[in-house]
Design a protein around this ligand. Structure first.
Ligand code: ADQ
Ligand code: G3P
Length: 484
């Protein structure tokens, strides 16, 4: 496994806190088994612990009993401390408030938000639990790095705690979109959520638009002053810094996987097994925000409109199981599988299956083989904080040709302008982008990919970590600015 040079001062005691940790724990007949978790957050953070020692406090994805203490695992540099959550806590905090209020709200699916005061109480209590455990295991921490929408209240709960030596620096990274106050107004507790976040010294988002939306929320809901320049907030006698620091991909890993002869062979085999001339690829957690239904509908429309492509193009869709306890996800799976069945039922021939559908996760080598095999990656979320799959596809391809079709509504689109940008809500736009991608001359494919690769080379998993940690470690609570 390739490593990244972080040049992170080794004497800094670092604690990472997030809902999803590196592993999912499964109870088996022989005891508890741990499997690597699949998520953008885990992909983003793992490279840090390949070179840097530290502690990661997170839930293990299982239900613990009332009295159970969490398990601790040492894995190389990483000490992982499990936050044990009961079934009831998971229902209220994770299935409820985090995934049926925060997630749909931030991705602009207001009709999917359910306002339930019990979920909010559960969310507060579990955030408090994460903060208390972090305070215990990280009592001598220099820097505590909190992640994402599950734990918005943790920064302010941490600030209320006593630490062994001095106050550690507290940073928060928000991995999903951050909407403006018109959207946040839907949640009765929006002020408390923003106050919770303001417990951090540094708050960072992927792109400037989310920073601007956050600052607008601060102006709308909080008694705080956004200082001129828009990066600093004066709040309760402290200064909070807000930045756009996009996550990058593990460049060394994906570019070496792309060059690996064994993986190239695997990619060739995939091509032979699937047959046909052209391969389109979709890879995402099976989440409604990722737009899998709209993509499949666009592909169906493409096959109706361009019958000359029958037998020549296949869509390989990988859907990673996610959040199975929530109705909207069960329903999405049902609809996606019905649509795959309908398309294949309408268009298949004895020699050709238009959609190849996989409902499972793959290891990174297998994933890289799919990236290499695909002529076109269809990354078309209806809304996405950033989207790492788009970047991983581009990096893995190396000198090989390929086309990235990318939703304008993914955060990463503001950087990757050389992709074929589409509006995933507009079926005709999607259909024509598929056609343009399939007909793009190889020289143009290479030129666009090279331009994208040059951008991504300056912006890696390592630069993200380094930049966030440096900003947080160097944060000063008082600035010599004129305050009100
Ligand atoms: N079948 C499969 N098997 C194994 N691994 C697979 C897989 N399919 C996908 N993966 C991995 O899972 C990760 C998915 O990351 P994304 O950014 O695409 O979305 P996600 O919503 O999980 O992340 C959230 O966090 C990231 C990082 O901040 C944001 O980009 C995003 O907008 C936000 O929703 C990728 O690194 C990919 O390699
Ligand atoms: O499977 P989940 O619910 O932990 O989703 C993981 C995503 O990275 C959310 O940011």
């Amino acid at each position: 496994m390739a490593t990244v040079a972080l040049r992170f001062p080794s004497k800094v005691r670092l604690v990472v806190v997030s809902n999803r940790g590196p592993f999912v724990l499964k109870e088996t007949a022989t005891g508890v088994e741990k499997q690597w978790a699949v998520s953008g957050l885990v992909s983003a953070i793992m490279p840090l612990f390949r070179t840097t020692p530290g502690t990661w406090v997170a839930w293990g994805g299982r239900f613990a009993s009332e009295k159970e203490a969490g398990t601790t695992y040492q894995e190389g540099n990483l000490k992982w401390v499990e936050v044990p959550l009961t079934r009831r806590e998971v229902e209220l905090y994770y299935d409820g408030f985090a995934n049926q209020v925060m997630w749909p709200l931030c991705h602009h699916f207001l009709e999917k938000c359910v306002i339930d005061p019990d979920w909010w109480t559960g969310y507060r209590e579990v955030n408090q639990k994460f903060a208390s455990l972090t305070g215990k295991v990280g009592h001598d921490a220099d820097l505590i790095w909190v992640h994402d929408y599950h734990l918005a209240l943790v920064p302010s709960f941490l600030r209320q705690q006593a630490f062994a030596k001095k106050s550690p620096k507290i940073g928060l990274f928000w991995h999903i979109p951050f909407p403006g106050p018109d959207t946040w107004e839907v949640v009765p507790w929006s002020r408390e959520i923003i106050e919770g976040l303001l417990g951090a010294d540094v708050i960072a988002f992927h792109v400037p638009k989310y920073v601007e939306n956050f600052l607008q929320c601060v102006r709308a809901f909080i008694d705080a002053t956004v200082l001129p320049g828009g990066k600093l907030i004066f709040y309760q006698g402290r200064v909070v810094e807000v930045q756009a620091i996009p996550v990058g991909v593990n460049q060394e890993l994906f570019s070496s996987l792309g060059k690996n002869p064994e993986i190239r062979e695997k990619a060739e085999l995939i091509r032979q097994q699937i047959g046909g001339e052209k391969l389109l690829l979709g890879v995402e957690r099976l989440d409604y925000s990722k737009g899998v239904l709209d993509k499949l509908s666009a592909f169906e429309r493409f096959l109706e409109k361009y019958p000359e492509y029958h037998g020549r193009v296949t869509l390989l869709q990988i859907a990673v199981p996610t959040r199975n306890g929530i109705g909207a996800y069960t329903e999405l799976r049902r609809r996606v599988e019905a649509l795959v069945g309908r398309i294949n039922g309408r268009f298949s021939t004895p020699a050709w299956t238009p959609v190849r559908y996989f409902y499972r996760s793959f290891d990174q080598k297998e994933l890289a083989a799919f990236y290499l095999a695909a002529d076109v990656a269809l990354v078309t979320p209806l809304r996405d904080g950033l989207n790492l799959v788009a970047a991983e596809y581009v990096v893995t391809k190396g000198e090989k040709p390929g086309v990235l079709v990318l939703s304008r509504l993914a955060g990463i689109a503001c950087h990757l302008r050389e992709a074929l940008l589409v509006n995933p809500y507009n079926p005709e736009d999607m259909v024509e982008a598929i056609r343009q991608a399939l007909e793009m001359p190889v020289e143009e494919q290479r030129k666009r990919l090279q331009a994208l690769q040059q951008k991504l080379a300056r912006w890696t998993a390592a630069t993200w970590v380094r930049s966030f940690l440096k900003t947080t470690l160097e944060h000063r609570a008082e600035y010599s600015v004129a305050t009100p």
